[in-house]
Design a protein around this ligand. Structure first.
Ligand SMILES: [Fe+2]
Ligand SMILES: [Fe+2]
Length: 302
């Protein structure tokens, strides 16, 4: 089983990003994967999200998508809420574009299953030694630093409740897999393991790190025993770790854009290639860190 994976393209529908998307698809076609995974944060605009999926879709391979927080941001001027986007509209666009929206249903290939979730955060990644009151996380604001989901997410429940519901859905998906499934790949946007998060011992960075994911999600995965690999986005710093034999990675591209001359190299760094044989997971030439460091980016990109 060969997998190509990427996340966090944060697309603007313009020529520059059309070129980027075409280059990503070319790179994925070169890899010739069985499964192409896109782990969220394409666009808060549903039309742009849909169009982007259409441009990324690769033939002769299963194309899988998991929505990110930006994808479920509601439009301040009206339109569908986060829950409607996540539970109905994004799946609809995926089907239209030849993608499977994994949170709607697992994908099973022989003895390997892919399950997916946006994942969420419950502030369990917070730096307790920084003595920031829990209310600051609940309000998503600390000393002027804001986590922007504050204005654009309307789950109609608390973050802790959202995390619990998404965890329960993962448990449900795991518990209802057919007996023939021996191994599982988990795809999410938010991080299931704190060890994937990069801390910098400074604010507001480490305040924002509390919004990266939830420890309880990783516990669900480890408890199951069949999960070999976890692929996530959200953090724009690429990371690859092993936890109790489980390979966990983040595969973001990010906000930066190189000039066309350097695009191929940039895309080569951005698209992760993973091979699974039996229970063995092999990540090929993984590039860690922030591949957008030093590159120009457009302010309105979100
Ligand atoms: Fe992102
Ligand atoms: Fe994100």
């Amino acid at each position: 089983m060969r997998i190509a994976a990427i996340s966090d393209l944060h697309v603007i529908p313009n020529d520059e990003d059309d070129f980027l998307l075409a280059e990503i698809r070319k790179k994925v076609e070169e890899i010739e994967p069985d499964v192409f995974v896109v782990a969220g944060d394409l666009s808060d605009d549903l039309d742009t999200l849909s169009r982007t999926l259409g441009m990324l879709r690769v033939d002769d391979c299963e194309n899988l998508f998991v929505a990110g927080n930006h994808d479920v941001w509601f439009d301040e001027s009206g339109g569908p809420g986060s829950l409607e986007k996540y539970s109905r509209l994004i799946g609809q666009e995926c089907r239209r574009r030849g993608f499977l929206h994994l949170p709607d249903a697992p994908f099973i290939a022989d003895d390997l299953a892919f399950i997916g979730s946006v994942g969420w955060y419950d502030y369990s990644f917070r730096r307790e030694d920084m003595d920031i009151p829990i209310e600051s996380y609940e309000h998503k604001e600390h000393n002027g630093a804001i986590w922007y989901d504050l204005f654009r997410i309307d789950w109609t429940m608390t973050d802790v409740e959202a995390t619990e519901i998404f965890n329960r859905r993962i448990e449900y998906d795991l518990s209802t897999l057919p007996d023939s499934v021996r191994h599982v790949v988990y795809v999410s946007h938010h991080l299931p393991f704190q060890e994937l998060t990069i801390y910098k011992d400074r604010l507001p960075w480490d305040f924002h790190s509390a919004f990266m994911g939830a420890k309880s999600t990783g516990e669900v995965l480890l408890r199951d025993g069949r999960v070999l690999l976890s692929i996530s986005g959200h953090s724009h710093i690429r990371n690859l770790i092993k936890i109790d034999g489980l390979t966990a990675m983040t595969v973001p591209l990010g906000y930066g854009r190189p000039d066309r001359e350097h695009m191929k190299e940039f895309i080569r760094e951005a698209v992760a290639e993973i091979h699974i044989e039996g229970a063995a997971v092999n990540v090929v030439d993984f590039v860690s860190g922030d591949i957008c460091a030093g590159l120009p980016y457009v302010d309105s990109r979100h």
